[in-house]
Design a protein around this ligand. Structure first.
Ligand SMILES: [Zn+2]
Length: 109
């Protein structure tokens, strides 16, 4: 297989960061997929995200909704960590109000 058409620089960067090149390829562009240290499976060539299909050795593209949910949950975990370390009462009050609004918005959505 020729790798000329792929973004070799991005693939090299992924390897340097400890990501592993997988034996499966992107359905869209044909580049080999990379498994990052945090478990995400990505085509670093075109940016599509994949997940392992349970019970098989194959992968499937992550639907945008799932990808967005994962992103949102990961952001919430970051927010939780930052909140627990905050000692600014005023800031906390405004964050609590913002979180209540967010919760209400999701609850009615
Ligand atoms: Zn791709």
């Amino acid at each position: 297989m020729s790798y000329e058409k792929f973004d070799i620089k991005k693939m090299a960067e992924a390897l340097q960061k400890g990501s592993v090149m997988m034996a499966v390829h992107c359905e869209s562009c044909g580049a080999p997929l990379f498994r990052h240290k945090d478990g995400r499976i990505e085509c670093v060539n075109c940016g599509r995200l994949y997940r392992l299909t349970p019970g098989t050795g194959s992968v499937e593209e992550l639907p945008p909704l799932e990808y967005l949910k994962e992103d949102a949950v990961s952001l919430l975990r970051d927010v939780e960590k930052l909140l627990l370390n905050t000692r600014d009462e005023l800031k906390l009050r405004s964050i609590v109000e913002a979180l209540k609004k967010l919760r209400d918005e999701l609850g009615t959505g």
